[in-house]
Write a protein that binds this ligand. Structure first.
Ligand SMILES: [Zn+2]
Ligand SMILES: [Zn+2]
Length: 138
C-alpha cells in the first residue's frame, strides 16, 4: 500500500516516504537552503538579518525561518537571524517562545496558585464563621 498524499506546498500527489514535500518542492527547498547558506557562510554576511538575506537570495523570510527553526542555520554563528515566538511573534533564536512570554506564563501560573490559596483560605474562613454561628446558636 503506497502512502499517496498531497504535497502541502504545491498540491501534487506524491508518495510520502522520508520527506513531507514532493520531489520538486523538496528540490526547490534545498536550492533555497543552499542559496541562503552560500550567502551566510561568507564572513561579511554573518551579521545579516532576515530582511537582508531575503532581499539578497530571494528566499521567502518564512522559509529562512524554517531553516533556522530546524537548526540548519545556527543562530550561534548568525546572531541576527531568528524566527517568531509562537505566542507574541517576537524574534527568538531558540525554543518555541520568547523569554518575556515564558516569564508571563510563569507569573500567570504563580498568580493562579496564589488565587487558589486565597480561595482556600476564604472558604476555610467561611466554614469557620458558619461553625461559630452554630456555636452561638447552640
Ligand atoms: Zn510540491
Ligand atoms: Zn513571545
Amino acid at each position: 500500500m503506497k502512502n499517496l498524499v498531497n504535497c502541502p506546498n504545491c498540491g501534487t500527489l506524491f508518495v510520502k516516504a522520508l520527506r513531507p514535500l514532493c520531489n520538486n518542492c523538496h528540490k526547490e527547498r534545498e536550492e533555497s537552503y543552499n542559496q541562503v547558506y552560500q550567502y551566510m557562510r561568507k564572513k561579511e554576511n554573518r551579521m545579516a538579518g532576515l530582511q537582508e538575506v531575503h532581499e539578497f537570495t530571494g528566499v521567502p523570510i518564512k522559509l529562512i525561518q524554517e531553516f533556522i527553526r530546524e537548526g540548519r542555520l545556527h543562530t550561534s554563528s548568525f546572531p541576527n537571524l531568528g524566527y517568531p515566538c509562537q505566542s507574541c511573534g517576537a524574534l527568538i533564536q531558540q525554543g518555541k517562545i520568547c523569554q518575556s512570554c515564558k516569564d508571563n506564563i510563569e507569573t500567570g501560573l504563580k498568580q493562579e496558585v496564589r488565587e487558589k490559596q486565597f480561595d482556600e483560605r476564604k472558604s476555610g474562613q467561611a466554614k469557620l464563621s458558619r461553625e461559630s454561628l452554630r456555636d452561638r446558636l447552640n
